[in-house]
Design a protein around this ligand. Structure first.
Ligand SMILES: NC(=O)c1ccc[n+]([C@@H]2O[C@H](COP(=O)([O-])OP(=O)(O)OC[C@H]3O[C@@H](n4cnc5c(N)ncnc54)[C@H](OP(=O)(O)O)[C@@H]3O)[C@@H](O)[C@H]2O)c1
Length: 308
């Protein structure tokens, strides 16, 4: 019998790749979706779709019954205040834990958090990711769980870094942090492979894994621009004041037009933070995992694909 993996966030960038690769490796995948948007393409690859929100007890129960692994990959990444992040990133975890506890044997729980959780004071998003981690460790000390903390993840269909990479293809480098800031990156296929390796090998539980592309000490903006296929002819350094003004305006407009903003003052504080470099020592030692896609080859793939 193939292993059943229950998954949230399958309609998103990372969750979509996770669902696809899990199916290719022969897992049965049950995905909880709140809308119809991606239902058909997930069903086309053999994913069993369960309709419901992250607080819908009956739907959660149907998704988790008989599963061996549960991956919580849904996450709110846009919002103006804590309440915008709370349901997906914090309270949903309590609902899932309650149901996981009723299932025997207990499924392994994988929480897709974020490196941002290391600095919860910077933004509502970072706060919510840390609180989500604390909710899991506090409410499920007896359950087998691990947390993955990816840095910025890129790849085909990513909406966040894609505009920057598109501009690099035109020879324009837009720098969103200082010259001295350093940050880790990871290609979505490498990240998903690490998560699936853990599902397959039943590694030790109770750990937080930071994971990146293996570039020592993380990247600087200059190194990112040097990694693209095209030489950068125009380098634009956006000063912090300009970023804060743009974020303030975006928050006001989002209130008027009723959308959830990605660029907020909190996001700017994250962008300006000087150190987003993963500490991968535990991950490499415990998971025995190595990245395969360097930034250079990842960008080459993106630049030649139709998606960028
Ligand atoms: N991408 C990155 O660089 C990155 C870096 C670090 C951590 N992460 C974490 O990785 C996870 C996936 O991120 P992603 O980049 O794949 O984001 P994404 O493309 O925006 O996908 C987010 C997923 O979460 C679901 N979701 C969001 N809010 C929800 C809610 N209130 N109720 C139900 N479902 C909800 C979305 O469903 P709908 O399609 O219905 O909206 C979608 O399936 C998140 O937890 C994020 O914090 C991402």
């Amino acid at each position: 019998m193939s292993q059943i993996v229950a998954l949230t966030g399958a309609s998103g960038f990372i969750g979509g790749v996770l669902a696809t690769r899990l199916r290719e490796k022969g897992f049965r995948v049950r995905a909880l979706l709140r809308s119809h948007t991606h239902q058909q393409c997930l069903e086309d690859i053999g994913v069993e779709v369960i309709k419901g929100n992250l607080d819908d007890g009956q739907a959660i129960n149907r998704m988790l019954q008989g599963c061996q692994t549960f991956i919580h990959c849904a996450g709110a990444i846009r919002g103006r205040n804590k309440q915008d992040f709370f349901p997906a990133n914090i309270s949903s975890i309590s609902h899932f834990i309650k149901t996981c506890r009723t299932i025997r044997p207990h499924p392994k729980i994988i929480l897709i958090s974020s490196l941002a959780a290391r600095e919860p004071s910077l933004s509502h998003y970072a706060w919510s990711k840390r609180e989500g981690e604390l909710t899991l460790s506090r409410e499920a000390p007896d359950l087998p769980w691990v947390i993955f903390r990816p840095p910025a993840v890129y790849g085909p269909n990513d909406q966040s870094l894609r505009p920057l990479f598109k501009l690099m293809k035109l020879g324009i480098g837009v720098q969103l942090g200082s010259d001295n800031s350093r940050f880790s990156l990871i290609h979505v296929e490498d990240f998903v492979r690490a998560v699936i390796d853990w599902v397959k090998t039943e590694g030790p539980t109770g750990y937080i894994y930071e994971i990146d592309d293996g570039f020592p000490g993380g990247h600087s903006w200059a190194e990112v621009f040097q990694s693209g296929e095209r030489p950068i002819r125009l380098r634009l350094r956006l000063p912090p004041t300009a970023l804060y003004v743009a974020a303030t305006l975006n928050e006001k407009v989002s209130r008027l037009l009723g959308y959830l903003p990605l660029l907020t003052k909190g996001k700017v504080a994250e962008l300006l933070h000087p150190n987003w470099v993963c500490d991968t020592r535990e991950t490499v030692k415990i998971l025995n995992w190595q990245p395969r896609i360097s930034l250079k080859s990842g960008l080459r793939q993106l630049e030649t694909s139709d998606n960028v």
